[in-house]
Design a protein around this ligand. Structure first.
Ligand code: CTP
Length: 403
């Protein structure tokens, strides 16, 4: 899945021959899962039609402050457009538009939107060699970069004028790759590895029966997605669950029993920066696993259980540089019990769910948690969706490992 998936991309097109390539650019953004809107300068319509771009982007195309053809003219609100955008990409960016952007000129909708936008702005210049090299253009680049705008450099090649040299707009594929790399490179967990355990474990009684629990795995999968969305490489070790995660940064390692989860977790632990153990691991397993299906010949059946290995405690004992997070599900004396677990298992952070809170726990879509860290900071949260809890948790971890 592309990092652009779900993002609102506003494409600003100014009037140069490279505008014909923006049809492909819109297609590529749509294919990456982004929502696309297009704003054009009036002169860019000489190079590509709004109809083409509207069809490809599946949205109306904007080029003036009002829809002039309509008697009841509708105001195209540049502020709303600017605020809608997660990313604003100006491609092609002509010398004229770049100069106006650098100087706060605001005589068309694209420029007014530029001045209103609060999101990252990328610009892909396209012009003739001499214009590209002119001091005035170079000054525009410098000023725009000082505003925090990001230059997608033009490439060298044959130009529309017949000249050969720098000034050709980057190819649509390269523009998309440039933006993806730029975003990924700036994510706070870029180059970090995060190990997550999720779901229940099943402890075999015989070839067809097991001891399990009601964990849905949802919390762990949401944490995995939040970590990957922050740029981390994620190893998600999960017991049996219906959850899915298709993200290029998430590697799923399916396991069944506590022992398998223990082995896989230890396989990966030494190389990770953060480990978050949210699985509902069985605390006990049958001492003997029957090799054949147990028959119901007697009126009672006694199973002897033995303890499973505590994965979290074993990681705490082996911990070196890793930031280690555990979960605690408590019914009484919650804070004190959770603090005890934090110390005993040598954790950096514990996420407490109280079974006394309605909507908390491992079956539903919501959770109500309290974070307790190793400096005894306690943060209590309201009832939230598990997606939001995962975001809160990742924000806390990013803050702590950055400090
Ligand atoms: N955990 C684990 N391995 C186990 C049992 C639990 O890694 N065999 C982890 C869970 O993933 C969770 C944390 O330990 O992060 C807390 O589990 P919990 O069952 O609440 O606590 P316990 O330490 O088992 O203590 P108790 O059952 O006595 O409350």
């Amino acid at each position: 899945m592309s990092i652009l998936s779900g993002k609102n991309i506003l494409l600003g097109i100014s009037g140069g021959i490279a505008a014909y390539k923006t049809a492909s650019l819109v297609r590529l953004f749509i294919k990456s899962g982004a929502n696309v809107k297009v704003v054009m300068t009036p002169s860019s319509k000489d190079f590509i039609t709004p109809l083409t771009l509207s069809t490809l982007s599946k949205n109306p195309v904007y080029s003036s402050f009002t829809n002039e053809d309509d008697d009841n003219a509708i105001w195209n609100n540049h502020v709303d457009l600017g605020l809608w955008a997660d990313l604003f990409i100006i491609a092609p960016a002509t010398a004229n538009t770049l100069s106006k952007m650098a100087n706060g000129v605001c005589d068309n909708l694209l420029l007014a939107t530029y001045l209103s936008a609060k999101c990252p702005v990328y610009f892909a210049p396209a012009m003739d060699l001499d214009m590209y090299k002119h001091e005035s253009t170079l000054r525009s680049f410098k000023v725009l970069k000082s505003f925090g705008n990001i230059l997608i450099p033009a490439t060298s090649g044959e130009l529309a004028s017949g000249l050969v040299g720098e000034g050709r707009m980057a190819e649509p594929e390269d523009i998309v790759a440039f933006i993806e790399d730029d975003i990924l490179g700036k994510l706070p967990l870029r180059n970090k590895k995060v190990l997550i355990t999720a779901g229940p474990t099943y402890e075999a009684i015989d070839p067809v029966r097991f001891i399990g629990n009601h964990s849905s795995g949802k919390m762990g999968f949401e944490i995995a997605k939040a970590a990957a969305n922050n740029g981390a490489e994620v190893i998600l070790i999960t017991g049996p669950t219906h959850q899915t995660a298709s993200h290029s940064l998430i590697k799923i390692v399916p396991v069944t029993s506590a022992q398998e989860m223990y082995s896989e977790t230890h396989n990966y632990f030494k190389d990770v920066d953060v480990a978050i153990l949210s699985a509902a691991v069985a605390d006990f397993k049958p001492k003997q696993v029957a090799s054949q299906k147990i028959k119901k010949k007697d009126s009672t059946l006694t199973l002897e259980l033995e303890k499973t290995k505590d994965i979290l405690a074993s990681l705490g004992a082996n911990k070196k540089h890793q930031y280690l997070v555990g979960f605690a599900l408590e019914t009484n004396n919650e804070i004190e019990n959770a603090k005890g677990k934090l110390k005993r298992k040598n954790l950096n952070l514990i996420v407490l769910n109280s079974l006394n809170d309605k909507g908390a726990g491992f079956k539903g879509d919501t959770n109500k948690v309290t974070f307790i860290d190793d400096k005894e900071n306690i943060t209590e949260f309201q009832l939230k969706s598990k997606t939001e809890v995962a975001t809160d948790l990742l924000n806390k971890i990013i803050k702590e490992i950055d400090a």
